[in-house]
Design a binder for this molecule. Structure first.
Ligand SMILES: C[S@@+](CC[C@H](N)C(=O)[O-])C[C@H]1O[C@@H](n2cnc3c(N)ncnc32)[C@H](O)[C@@H]1O
Length: 273
């Protein structure tokens, strides 16, 4: 159905000024894209409003942890001033990661997770961490040279400001970018792109979007991970998630190999040498 522009604008404005989302500064492009997709799948204003709210909730809400980022960003300066040892930096990162579901689940096998990745793809000089959330706090476990060009993308502005401060103190070669990786697919050359625990939700947002994203990235390796079990841990998602990745690369001349670490399936997609 076609909706009046003024109505569409009012829905976006309502989100941008809402108490729930205003401080996150979700990119305007993300809201426009979600609304455009839902307007093709809604038959009334009421239905569009509900579908838009639901799709935004699916993108943002399951991952709104209880970290006060402006406070933690300020605490970082004090922490850095104490000249912490690498063990102290790790334990500080672990404490923050324990507040976010995806990184909390990974804590028990952080070492194995990155070891398996770099054993497979070698030591990259450049990494794009797509839809990163708090994964960049895993840098102390990655054991990469400080010169590594690490670029982290997300749409949650306060979390990115916190990550940027962390980078400036501890990983000066890294950068945090506020960008929707689907509406604006990063196009810079990189040795690898990480895309952890988000492909299943991106596919829900817009079917076919992983295919579009994977094709658009200018990286030699795509390292994609997905949960091997449902949240309650009762059902295996291995077949379902493997087929999601296979469909996204169907017909492409890329090599796919798989591995696991903890409850995470890891897909290594080699686009070129
Ligand atoms: C499941 S968490 C990702 C976890 C992280 N990759 C990890 O495995 O530790 C989802 C994150 O993706 C971000 N996100 C969702 N859609 C995005 C998009 N289109 N572009 C950039 N970031 C996105 C959300 O803000 C949230 O921080």
């Amino acid at each position: 159905m076609i909706f009046e522009q003024a109505f569409l604008d009012s829905l976006i404005q309502a989100v941008e000024t809402s108490r729930k989302y205003r401080d996150l500064h979700i990119p305007h492009a993300t809201l426009k894209d979600l609304l455009a997709y839902e307007s093709h799948h809604s038959n009334s204003r009421k239905e569009l409003e509900a579908n838009f709210r639901k799709s935004l909730h699916n993108v943002m809400a399951p991952y709104l942890e209880d970290v006060n980022y402006p406070v933690e960003t300020a605490n970082l300066a004090e922490f850095h001033a104490q000249d912490p040892s690498s063990a102290e930096v790790k334990s500080w990162c672990q404490k923050i990661m324990s507040h976010h579901a995806s990184s909390r689940e990974r804590l028990p096998y952080l070492d194995a997770f990155y070891q398996k990745i770099f054993a497979k793809i070698g030591t990259p000089e450049s990494i794009l961490d797509l839809a990163c959330a708090l994964d960049p706090l895993g840098l102390p476990w990655m054991n990469l040279p400080l010169s590594t060009n690490f670029v982290a993308y997300d749409i949650h502005q306060p979390r990115l400001e916190f990550l940027q401060a962390f980078f400036e103190y501890f990983y000066p070669g890294a950068q945090a970018i506020h960008q929707d990786i689907l509406t604006h697919i990063p196009d810079q050359k990189a040795d690898c792109a990480f895309f952890f625990k988000e492909a299943h939700r991106l596919e829900k947002r817009r079917p076919g979007s992983n295919r579009e994203l994977f094709a658009g990235l200018n990286a030699k390796w795509l390292v994609v991970s997905l949960p091997s079990r449902d949240l309650a841990g009762h059902h295996s998602l291995e077949t379902y998630h493997t087929s999601l990745i296979q469909k996204a690369i169907e017909g492409q001349p890329w090599q796919l190999t798989t591995d696991t670490a903890g409850d995470e399936l890891i897909f290594f997609i080699q686009k070129h040498d």
